[in-house]
Design a protein around this ligand. Sequence first.
Ligand code: FE2
Length: 346
Amino acid sequence: MTAELGRLEDLPADYREALSHQNLVPLWPSLRAVLPPEKPQPRTRATHWSYEALRPLLLKAGELTPIEKAERRVLVLANPGHGHEKMQASAAMYLGMQLLLPGEWAPSHRHTPNAVRMVVEGEGAWSTVDGEKCPMVRGDLILTPTGLWHEHGHDGDAPVVWLDVLDLPLVYYMEASYHVDGGRQAVQPGCGDRAYARAGVVPTPVFDRSRKAYPMLRYPWAEVRAALESLAADQPDLEAVQVTYVNPETGGDAENILGFYALMLRPGQKLKLPARSPASVFHVIEGSAQVTIGGQVFALAEADTCCAPGYTSVQLDNRSDSTPAFLFIADEAPLHRKLGVFEIRG
Ligand SMILES: [Fe+2]
């Protein structure tokens, strides 16, 4: 491999023009940029979004823009490495903080990108997904996978905020992103989180398994937290007290492109995560955590969110000696595995 390849400006101007005229481009001037040596050069930058800082701006959006003029009242957590106008947290992940005020309704629609909502603040809101009315409680994870109708309403008396995580940048890049509007959904009886309330058993009426691609749409925080505490109590020496949100019928990832996890850091615990190829997002559900991404250190308070590029090690540090910290994590691992590019570099 030669150290330096020919540059575009090394070529005669009339030759470059002749190439351009035929929609042709010489590869060698750009070869090192598209195939860098040893390691990708991600645009994604380690970035921290403070909830304390963004909350008043989100509430102000509630005063400035009625829901009818927004449809979804969201402030996008935009990674500066990609440019704010790209509205992406990483190559494949979009993050948004969404505000719904009492009495408001975000009308029903469906779209090709997959989404999840992590409830950050407030009580009384609900999401109806594929006819299932899901209450939205702090820490709950609610899926709105590709193609499923979803709408949001709010019967409470204080603002509700949730974190949206979508694979929108990827689906948009694929030129496969679109939405369809719909009317109010008829609510059907049944809740996936009740049907799959206990681990190890699944509903089998007359020996028959569910044929739904997404049998569970709401993962209540109370259940996930209890699972983490149970795991921590069962294995006191376990370094990473972590669970993955899965499809209870298949055991596979809950959605096709992004992965979702919950992690408990014991009081005073430091946890080093290996450098993995996918980018990751960390959101504090309870407690606080210091997150070191490469050489950068971020102090995350409750409800704060940060993003780490791929191929970078991450250290999580619960600096409280008395209380555990609970984190929600999203990453691009299912996508990387499906594409055969998933790597752990240690
Ligand atoms: Fe949506």
